[in-house]
Design a protein around this ligand. Structure first.
Ligand code: APR
Ligand code: PHB
Length: 385
């Protein structure tokens, strides 16, 4: 089989890339190890930056998002028994949207533009330093296949084979804590997200819809989610998020999912080697604080699709040659921001660190310069800034 771009991975990066390439008149085939149902039902992040929403709208994927998503003006920061609102619209003129990655994934599948081969195994990249690279794999019926292409796009997350095909330098930070995340069938107790610093540890109140809440607690690495009963989770969330503070109440409800997420920052540079281009989690991981992972994947594939359309349709390699540097500018900005949000909000037990964190939180909630810096990064810089 032959195509122009062989895309490995049908997460949001791979599917959106295929959609954008099709709009630019470039063919692609997507290879995915998991089943379509599995990919569509994974619980992932839930916040879209303004520029991600604008991009999805521009390429015909914004209808359900705009009808069912929830546009937020900002976030709350809770610390030292007080809640502070940061209004991104006043500060930067930009908003964010609550719309789950799962929903973005469903919209991409419903668009039907990507030719995806699900449940493949043994995916391997070959001849990536030539202009005739190819991918071999075993299809869902057990037959060995070869996919010839002009370019391979590695969108296969942090455990896929594409990353290994790019000789690169790695930068990594592992954090000494994890998140215990829950989904609950209960209306959110807040109109916008609450990020809470508390001496017991960080907590976050997020949401998925008017009837589904998503909440997180900082827990030690290696925590078994089963060791936290539902009662204990709600009690600890209430303590850390400020239940009772100025009459605010956290409403508990039935927990439908409980899991522990490790926290890691990782960047691989460059994001290209020969005819392999990496995008999304295949090239970088951010800790979830600040919700940058999905937005970064969207920004990467926007740049990559423009580069590949110019290269494959007009024979102009300039954007493709610049892709890694262009994408990495934003990757490092988001890597810094998510590290900064993470280290400002998670407690380590060190009293000196705690005082620095509180001082920083006071600064971002009382100085317009401090607040604007957070807001600009959170609501997101324009793609290709
Ligand atoms: N062959 C084919 N597909 C593979 C392989 C492989 N060997 N290994 C992994 N994959 C698939 C995974 O099953 C997954 O569906 O690649 C896909 C990668 O998708 P994601 O992990 O969702 O990564 P990405 O598309 O880059 O999206 C980034 O998703 O998980 C969040 O934090 C992440 O929000 C960020 C966004
Ligand atoms: C989420 O809703 O899952 C979420 C929101 C904001 C974050 C992290 C995760 O910073």
């Amino acid at each position: 089989m032959r195509t122009q771009v062989a895309i490995i991975g049908a997460g949001p990066a791979g599917l959106l890339l295929s959609h954008l390439l099709a709009r630019g008149g470039v063919e692609s085939v997507v290879l995915e190890t998991r089943s379509q149902d599995y990919v569509a039902s994974r619980i992932r992040a839930g916040i879209l930056e303004q520029s991600s929403v604008d991009l999805l709208t521009e390429v015909g994927l914004g209808d359900r998002l705009r009808a069912e998503g929830d546009e937020h003006r900002g976030i709350y920061l809770n610390f030292a028994g007080e809640r502070h609102h940061l209004d991104f619209v006043d500060l930067t003129g930009r908003t964010v949207w609550v719309y789950g990655q799962t929903e973005v994934q469903k919209d991409l599948v419903a668009a039907g533009t990507a030719d995806v081969r699900y449940e493949v195994t043994d995916v391997a990249l070959h001849d990536v330093e030539t202009d005739r690279p190819y991918v071999t794999y075993i299809d869902s019926a057990g037959a060995t296949q070869r996919l010839d292409a002009e370019v391979i796009a590695g969108c296969d997350g942090s455990f896929g084979p594409s990353r290994q095909a790019v000789p690169a330098e790695h930068f990594e930070r592992v954090y000494p804590y994890s998140w215990l995340g829950i989904l609950a069938d209960v209306a959110p107790s807040t109109d916008e997200l609450i990020y809470a610093w508390h001496q017991n540890g960080f907590a976050l109140h997020s949401m998925r819809s008017p009837t589904v809440s998503r909440l997180y607690l900082q827990v030690p690495n290696g925590t078994d989610p089963a060791s936290w009963s539902d009662e204990r989770i709600w009690e600890e969330l209430a303590t850390r998020l400020g239940h009772g503070q100025d009459g605010w109440k956290l409403n508990p409800g039935p927990i439908t999912d409980k899991s522990v997420l490790p926290m890691r920052s990782y960047v691989q540079t460059p994001m290209r080697h020969g005819r392999v281009f990496l995008a999304g989690d295949a090239a970088h991981i951010v800790p979830p604080t600040g919700a940058k992972g999905l937005n970064l994947a969207i920004a990467d594939v926007t740049l990559l699709s423009q580069a590949l359309v110019a290269m494959l349709r007009s024979g102009d390699p300039a954007l493709a040659d610049a892709y890694s540097d262009d994408a990495l500018r934003r990757v490092w900005r988001c890597t810094h921001f998510s590290w900064w949000m993470t280290t400002m909000l998670h407690t380590s037990g060190d009293p000196f660190d705690a005082q620095l964190q509180l001082s920083q939180l006071r600064w971002v909630t009382t100085s317009s310069a401090g607040a604007t810096g957070l807001a600009e990064n959170y609501a997101g810089l324009p793609i290709g800034f």
